[in-house]
Design a protein around this ligand. Sequence first.
Ligand SMILES: [Zn+2]
Length: 301
Amino acid sequence: MAMQLLGMALARCSRRERKRLGNIPCIVQHVQQLNAATSIDSILGPMITFDEACLQWTRFISRACFMFWEGKCDASVSRSSAQMLLRDAVQWIAFDDNVAYESARNTYARWKGRPEDVEVAHYYLLSFSMQVFVLLHELGHVYLGHADGRSLDLELSRSRELEADEFALQRISGSEVYEFDFMAIDIFLRTCALIETVNPSFHAPSHPTWKDRWRQFQKTASDHPKADHVAALDEVEDLFSKDIAPLFATNGKVTKKTGEKPLHLRGPGVDHSDGLAMNVIIPKVSTRSPRKGAAFFKDNQ
Ligand SMILES: [Zn+2]
């Protein structure tokens, strides 16, 4: 799995970059933490670790998005299942909630194998594109010389994170599947920002906020020489402003009408007036502190 991902990430790099980054050990750790990290091994040099939970998380949110989209064109697809999957996935990550994880897994398993579902391949690709972005970010740290073992002040650390993001975005901008990748990254960053809003303690101080990372992505995407990616990003904007943000719009209440599982997210309400679902309205801190390591894709750089 790790090698497959690495191959996909390197395919978006130049030949020179591939030569330099192609031998970086990349390992998927089978632990339930959301973390991707670049570290320096005294023998191997720079190496990248990618936690299994990252893979599962990107599958959940990709699947939920496709379920929303399917629900729009096919009345037999239940939108409430899409909502449930997304809420459970966010609950799992925001509060390290294993019950929510099991529930998300059940919904996911129920839907992913439908034989009439022509979108199955697409949603897998979407989750791969998200994973490739995370991996390219880590490769960016190596390529840009960030893996130097220095201890950094917060400001330098945050600026390095944005540089690594930009490294990844530039590789993707030049790829043939940039439109699809951009859509995946948009969903990924927006959903991360949503989690950060639901549980503010989730944001790692060494990193820029997810909202800031999303802003940088938007700038890069809008500067792209080909304008045709805009259609895909409009779809994402539409999905988040109409379908996803309202799910988290009020504290503890779902805005959908009937037969819904009650929203069990504990955390601040969210204002989606900017279409991002990121502004905290009711600051209400969870009584449960997230476990160590839950600083979501926090890496060592
Ligand atoms: Zn990083």
